[in-house]
Design a protein around this ligand. Structure first.
Ligand SMILES: Cc1ncc(COP(=O)(O)O)c(C=O)c1O
Length: 484
């Protein structure tokens, strides 16, 4: 909203208004953002933001940057877990959406197909392996995964669903049953029956499960998003082959890895995979509209719901609304036109090389890994006894707190947004595919300075995180120090 105001101010246009005063109220009440969130949304998340110093009042966002109330820019190297893959407020996606709003296109969600939904389905299928030609549109990644779960069961008439340890597929009840970390599930059971897991990379365990021939689908992220875990060479091809042999559908969850993120249109291209189902989400939004998709073979689609009687048993009210469809089409066109897939591969390699160079000079970096612009930095405790003790305290207080040693000062001192990947020692980077070379270098230089500060024992970085650890321990529980 304030972004609109900023743009209009830049262009000396009259201030934007709306007839119901929503924008004016939102601008007038901007300072109440976190108070309102604490009162009516999630006070514990507001508290986490406060503790970590992330409780900034961001007022606008454009390209690779967010801007706070004082106009300070923050370089966004995480893009809300990849939804703003084109950067914030991409002007061409915005223009398409504004034009769509001005048309009288039909949005009869249940009784009609807009041409936009057919066009987006066609465009997605054209970029996926041959044979993936049937699409179901949803609003979130979890809903796309949920659709894959249902279609796989119905198409195979088998009950079981298999996923991998450490996998992440969303947190509505269906996908949550597939998630590979118990932490997300605590208190929400009983979850869906028939869901089990194997270690990512373990073909023997996978085959042992598939041999029972009751597994409808094996659902896997090609690169696991939580820790940016790359598959061992040959693993995914062999897993696909095992699925074929045992009549199990091979489902690749590309909600995070899709649409250029890993340096290919879809990560499955790295290994020449030909899955039975692919799920897509996040970046398809263009950073604006909720939109996700499950893409499958026509034969799977028809076996699942392909009769006149069953043609409406799986649906989603807003699944193919015209603004989401337009945002998806606009996003694909921007990615294509601006060569963002190639850009992701190229810039990702540059950043990875920069991180490796930092790894040689900084003992805090244990490992760096990634593909395209999906990157992970795994920290390790420095050798000094004092640092080892401090890291031990942090881990006791909350798994996932240690990376805040770097994430907090990057944000506080250098205006760079990164994210601790969860209950582990990984910092995750999902920068916009539109990131410039200069912005990439700004990030690497800031990280270099923060690591040097930490290694020089600069009190502030360690003491901030140590204080959080101590306070967390005093409160007698593990704190929420990061996200997935
Ligand atoms: C691989 C994967 N699948 C599914 C999801 C769920 O997507 P959403 O949060 O849009 O429901 C995510 C979200 O991070 C994801 O990374």
């Amino acid at each position: 909203m304030d972004e609109i105001a900023t743009v209009s101010a830049d262009q000396a246009a009259p201030p934007l208004t709306d007839p119901l005063g929503v924008l004016a109220d939102a601008q007038a009440r901007a300072d109440e953002t976190l108070t309102l969130a604490a009162r009516h949304l999630d006070p514990s998340l507001v508290e986490v933001l406060r503790i970590l110093g992330f409780d900034r009042s961001y007022r606008s966002a454009r390209g690779s940057y967010l801007y706070d109330a004082d106009g300070r820019p923050y370089l966004d190297m995480h893009t809300g877990e990849g939804f703003a893959s084109l950067g914030h407020g991409h002007p061409d996606v915005k223009a398409v959406l504004q034009t769509m709003l001005d048309t009288d296109l039909v949005d009869g969600v249940q009784i009609h197909y807009s041409v936009l939904s057919g066009m987006l389905a066609e465009a997605l299928c054209a970029r996926l392996p041959d044979g993936l030609d049937a699409v179901f549109f949803a609003s979130t990644g979890a809903e796309a995964v949920d659709s894959a779960m249902k279609f796989a069961r119905a198409a195979t008439r088998r009950p079981r669903l298999l996923t991998c340890d450490s996998g992440y597929h969303g947190v509505t009840l269906g996908p949550l049953s597939l998630v590979g970390d118990e932490f997300f599930k605590e208190g929400f059971g009983p979850l869906l029956p028939g869901c089990s897991r194997v270690p990512f990379g373990d073909l023997d365990r996978l085959e042992a499960e598939l041999r029972s021939r009751d597994v409808a689908a094996f659902i896997v992220e090609p690169i696991q998003g939580r820790l940016v875990t790359l598959p061992a060479p040959g693993y995914l091809q062999a897993a696909q082959e095992l699925c074929r042999r045992h009549g199990t559908l091979f489902v690749v969850d590309e909600v995070q890895t899709g649409l250029g993120r890993t340096g290919r249109w879809f990560a499955l291209e790295h290994w020449g995979l030909e899955p039975d189902i692919v799920t897509v989400g996040k970046a398809l939004s263009g950073g604006y509209m909720p939109v996700a998709a499950m893409v499958t073979r026509r034969s799977v689609f028809q076996r699942a719901v392909g009769t006149l009687e069953r043609s409406y048993v799986h649906q989603s009210t807003y699944g193919r609304n015209k603004l989401s469809m337009a945002a998806g089409l606009a996003s694909l066109r921007v990615i294509e036109r601006d060569g963002l897939v190639e850009r992701s591969a190229e810039l990702g390699a540059t950043i990875l090389a920069g991180l490796r160079e930092l790894q040689h000079r900084h003992e805090l970096i244990g490992e760096v890994r990634g593909s395209g612009l999906m990157l992970g930095i795994e920290l390790q405790a420095p050798r000094s006894r004092k640092a080892q003790l401090a890291v031990k305290l942090m881990r006791m207080a909350s798994e996932g707190l240690f990376p805040q040693l770097v994430v907090i000062p990057l944000h506080r001192d250098h205006g760079v947004i990164t994210m601790a990947a969860g209950k582990n020692d990984v910092i995750k980077l999902l920068p916009p595919l539109t990131l410039s070379d200069a912005e990439a270098q700004t990030f690497l230089a800031a990280l270099d300075l923060v690591l040097s500060d930490c290694e020089a024992g600069v009190g502030k970085n360690w003491s901030v995180v140590r204080d959080i650890a101590t306070a967390t321990l005093r409160r007698g529980g593990q704190g929420r120090s990061g996200e997935r």
